[in-house]
Design a protein around this ligand. Sequence first.
Ligand code: CDV
Length: 318
Amino acid sequence: MTRRLTLAAAQLGPIQRAEGRDVAVGRMLRLMEKAHQRGAQVVVFPELALTTFFPRWYEEDLAQANHWYETALPSNATAPLFEAARRYGIGFHLGYAELTPDGHRYNTAVYVHPSGQVVLKYRKVHLPGHRDFDPVRRVQHLEKRYFEPGDLGFPVIRAPIADTEANIGMMICNDRRWPEAWRVLGLQQVELVMLGYNTPSINAENKGFEAHHLRVAHSHLSIQAGAYQNACFAVATAKAGTEDGHELFGHSIIVNPQGEIMAQATSWDDELIVAEADLGMCELGRRTIFDFARHRRPEHYTRITAQTGSEAPPRWQG
Ligand code: CDV
């Protein structure tokens, strides 16, 4: 039996600080309609898709930032997305800032079934940036101020999608650069990784030179390697363009289990890219070179969980 799905990445152009959720949701609805016209069954929106990438703005008092967060899903503002999913029979992935009833803040993503039920929730584990205002930086990146590290691990669930079922998992933006995150998903036989990102076109840390063209290359390298080494598809969706005066790169991609790019966005604006995925393709890697049960040697990987920072090696005494 072939297990085919039509996957879509719904890249968003910039959302300015002054723009409300209605603007973002209106644009997302148009992308969902396009996805329906192009036969997609799954649509992946970016990280923090409902607002500007607010961690670039410093707020001394966290409560003053509450308006960037969602306290319920669906809400009045996001309900139209859930209705569109039902109307079109499309499942969708949405990244948003979550404020829980007991006051915890997470950079979160959900996958929503066309029925409107949340199938899977993930909270970003690898939070880049810093907690306090950094005068050396060209642009602030205050994710460590606005979010706690996710507390849900990297869950995978087998869920109905269209006429088939798929093992789905998620990561958010910076997570894609960490092979550990991919492998934890791979160990749960993930077949489809959904991930959204907001990545500045320049390295704003001001700690050394990084050629601009490598920013996209590093993103693609990480996603293609992660998909290949864990024999899964990946839909990686950007928020792109000049947002609040600061540039985010686009280049959203859909990748197959061979690590090949099947579709790529070419604008830095709202853009839908679509690819046909035969989930059966995940089997080849899983049964051969990445047959984990036959080939992994976890007894030699203990440093990965026992240690966080790197340690200097012993010096050769010869
Ligand atoms: N939103 C992110 O996680 N962005 C990071 C940037 C700061 C490097 C990323 O890894 O793309």
